[in-house]
Design a protein around this ligand. Structure first.
Ligand code: ADP
Ligand code: MG
Length: 252
């Protein structure tokens, strides 16, 4: 497997406060990587650096061998094959589930062209496949505003898949979901991992165990340790960082 993303000695400085501090991180194509760490560890900033929202003061971000730092706008980075899902769903509540997906398929074409032209057979089939995959086939014609919180999260994951990114970034995708929805999301991510590399930030350790992939622990803007869920949970450095939190409260 080849290296997909490599972050080399990246520092992000907010007026003297280092949200990321000489961070090194690397993942290979095809991986499903979980990132955890206490509040304020720099997890969201880590995603911001990958997507070009925040520019590092030093260091490099290489994606598919290309240096992203200081070069690319957020929009260009999307075109390079990186898709991001934010913590709160960002769907168009007045549009149907299908229309939301149609917009993501053809974002470049503009809202009116997409909504007032019939979908090609090929795009319709793609949307049907995505609906099936994220479990929303029965809600295809519902306005997105009528979906439950969990269904909106699934729709937004569907909207990301519609853009067919090489790398999917998800910030706390199961926050606020029921246990059943959390299980379904874990299964969905494992399914999506068959054709996308994924970084997921999550604090629900049951979910992290379910995904059972490599876990990277961030602390004070640096990589504290990396390994299997079990290795990470038994690592004295990790235990120390989370000391003071009640048992089971290891969170992202
Ligand atoms: P996490 O997602 O792990 O909780 P963040 O990446 O959101 O952490 O934040 C890391 C640290 O950087 C926090 O202490 C936060 O207050 C600080 N921070 C984040 N964004 C900014 C900003 N734009 N300006 C100043 N400080 C920031
Ligand atoms: Mg965060």
């Amino acid at each position: 497997m080849t290296t997909l993303l490599e972050i080399q000695e990246v520092t992000v400085d907010f007026d003297g406060f280092k949200a990321l501090n000489n961070l090194n991180f690397s993942m290979k194509t095809g991986e499903l990587r979980v990132v955890i760490g206490p509040n304020g560890a720099g997890k969201t900033t880590f995603l911001d650096v990958i997507t070009g929202r925040v520019q590092p003061s030093t260091g490099r971000v290489n994606f598919k061998g290309k240096n992203l730092a200081k070069k690319s706008s957020e929009h260009q980075i999307v075109n390079l094959g990186i898709g991001r899902k934010f913590q709160t769903p960002r769907v168009f509540t007045n549009l149907t589930v299908t229309e939301n997906l149609a917009l993501s398929l053809k974002r470049a074409k503009g809202v009116f062209k997409v909504l007032f032209n019939p979908l090609s057979k090929e795009n319709l089939t793609r949307i049907e496949n995505i609906l099936e995959r994220v479990g929303l086939a029965s809600k295809a014609l519902f306005p997105a505003g009528l979906l439950s919180h969990g269904e909106k999260q699934s729709l937004e994951i569907g909207m990301l898949i519609a853009q067919d990114p090489d790398l999917l970034l998800l910030d706390e995708p199961v926050a606020g979901l029921t246990d059943r929805e959390t299980e379904r999301t874990a299964a969905l991510l494992k399914d999506l991992n068959q054709d996308h590399s994924i970084i997921v930030i999550e604090h629900d350790m049951a979910f992290v165990r379910e995904i059972a992939s490599t876990v990277s622990v961030l602390h004070q803007g640096s990589l504290l340790c990396e390994g299997s869920v079990q290795e990470v949970q038994n690592d004295p450095k990790v235990i120390e960082v989370y000391l003071g939190y009640p048992e089971g409260a290891i969170h992202a």
